[in-house]
Design a binder for this molecule. Structure first.
Ligand code: ZN
Length: 518
């Protein structure tokens, strides 16, 4: 293997999915995994199989379908976790067991209540046990950066001897600064005599906004694998953002001189997809993929960029797959044009899916006239990920105004049966949601509601994202799209309820969720 090669280990589906309020179903996880494969990541960490039946099923589905990337599953350093992880990924083209245990004294004392010797022995035993299933074993020392470096070096040396092919050094709590972290990785490598028999990896959290900087410092210090997520999502302040590391390595390649397999042109689409499915919006000023990242508002800058892009632009937006937003389709566009444009945007829709997306497109084009690429992407993301519908929104009527109590009448169908209810609320959206609750017997509660305009202008498509929490605390994200914000709101709510029903039908809603962080 070339020592200049950097391996990208994406943990959007494991660490990213642990972001507060994020919950992805199997369909959504598969769609993200497919896109991560197009993006060219080396390793997809698909989940933590022992955490819940839902996690297990998603990891297994990804392992069965995805080709062209290593599929990793997380396991604590014990046989039960490792058995379960292997069971989930065994059908992958290139499965990897990722086992971990904490090595910092603070974790040993308070979390594990174990001595250094006990943890060392457990780590070695876990790696040996995992190696009975596959030679592709990664070991992570949780809270590595706050561990005693000599003890950490001892653990790392021992797990490499035990067969670990990748050793991951996380800054689990996001405490390091770049110079310090680079020096830490360099020193650690020097203290590990068998360092050449394994790939050194880093996993940085963003509590001080330094996750990307720390990852880059580690690369300069000899790390060959970086663990990161799309849009930097993850617990608390998140993980290192994949797209930022990639574009730093590319844009400043004279400094880093590293090679990687990421297809940069897929970055923007991946970012959008993850944002849409997790309901975690990307901040406008976010590096690389934020809405404003390539927008030049100031007149002086605009003038400069028009004369020569290099005056104020260090990256070409086309490099990340961001193309000028051109209006391409209208209400007279046919199925063929629609499908062609989707193909150009990277979506292969066939049969029923194509038909449904096309119908949705026609409805919106009739109202809006012109449909931009941006609009198209939102339509497609919504349609291809629609779960089988238990409830379909047929009709709603609102009576509202400054002097009346808002009242909504809603009609849903369920298995061909027409259901109708009316309810009052504090506002029109509240009234609609109360009517839907009556119709569906929903007892979950709405914990988040957000409205976004997809593109500019008065006739912009409104996109509503809701998060619904069920009795057991599980979150379901629903999305709705329409030129009418009330309709978008109703659709989003029904979508969340359909996802809840979908998971119930799969039997994945029960059981405690085990949460672990690395
Ligand atoms: Zn983490």
């Amino acid at each position: 293997m070339s020592s200049n090669r950097i391996y990208f280990f994406d943990t959007t589906l494991r660490d990213g999915e642990q972001s507060p309020g994020v919950s992805l179903n199997i369909k959504e996880k598969l769609e993200i995994a497919r896109q991560l494969t197009r993006l060219g990541v080396d390793v997809i960490e698909a989940g933590f199989p022992i955490a819940s039946p839902g996690d297990f099923a998603a990891v297994q589905a990804i392992a069965r379908e995805i080709r062209g990337a290593t599929i990793a599953a997380l396991a604590r350093a014990n046989q039960l976790d490792i058995d379960r992880a292997w069971e989930a990924i065994r059908e992958a083209e290139e499965p990897r067991i990722h086992t971990f245990i904490a090595t910092s004294d603070i974790h040993l004392q308070y979390k594990l209540q174990k001595s250094r010797e006990e943890v060392l022995a457990q780590a070695v035993e876990a790696v040996k046990y995992a190696c009975r299933y596959t030679p592709n074993v990664e070991f992570s020392a949780e809270d590595a950066f706050r561990s005693d470096i000599d003890y950490l070096a001892q653990v790392v040396t021992a797990v490499i001897d035990a067969g670990a092919k990748v050793v991951n050094i996380p800054d689990t709590v996001g405490y390091a600064t770049p110079e310090e972290f680079g020096a830490f990785i360099r020193e650690l490598r020097e203290k590990v005599p068998n360092r050449d028999q394994a790939i050194f990896s880093v996993h940085c959290h963003n509590d001080l906004g330094l996750a990307v900087a720390n990852s880059l410092a580690a690369i300069l210090a000899g790390a060959q694998q970086v663990e990161c997520t799309i849009n930097g999502i993850g617990e608390r302040a998140g993980n290192a953002a994949l797209e930022e590391i990639v574009m730093a390595l590319y844009t400043r390649r004279s400094i880093f001189q590293k090679e990687f397999r990421i297809v940069t042109e897929e970055i923007y689409r991946t970012s959008r997809l993850v944002s849409a499915l997790t309901g975690m919006k990307v901040q406008p000023n976010k590096a690389v993929v934020g809405k404003n990242a390539f927008a030049h508002e100031s007149g002086i800058h605009q003038d400069g960029v028009l004369k020569n892009r290099a005056t104020y632009e260090i990256m070409n937006p086309e490099l990340i797959g961001l193309h000028k937003n051109t209006i391409v389709l209208g209400k007279h566009s046919g199925r063929h044009a629609f499908r062609d444009r989707l193909q150009q945007l990277g979506y292969q829709l066939e049969g029923e899916q194509l038909e449904q997306a096309f119908q949705r497109f026609k409805e919106l084009a009739d109202r809006k006239g012109e449909i931009s690429d941006e609009d198209l992407l939102v339509i497609v993301e919504g349609e291809i990920l629609r779960v089988p519908e238990t409830y379909t929104l047929e009709y709603f009527h609102i009576s509202s105004g400054s002097a009346v109590v808002p009242t909504a009448t809603v009609v849903l169908t369920r298995a061909g049966e027409r259901l109708e209810e009316a309810a009052c609320g504090d506002g029109p959206v509240d009234a609609i949601y109360k009517a839907i609750d009556k119709l569906t017997g929903n007892t979950g509660c709405l914990v988040h509601y957000a409205l976004n305009a997809v593109t500019g202008g008065k006739d912009a498509l409104g996109e509503v994202t809701v998060r619904l929490k069920d009795d057991k605390g599980k979150i379901f994200v629903g999305r709705g799209l329409s030129t009418d914000v009330l309709e978008a709101s109703a659709r989003a709510y029904v979508d969340a309820l359909n996802k809840l029903e979908y998971e119930r039908a799969l039997g994945l809603v029960n059981g405690e969720q085990v949460r672990e962080s690395v």
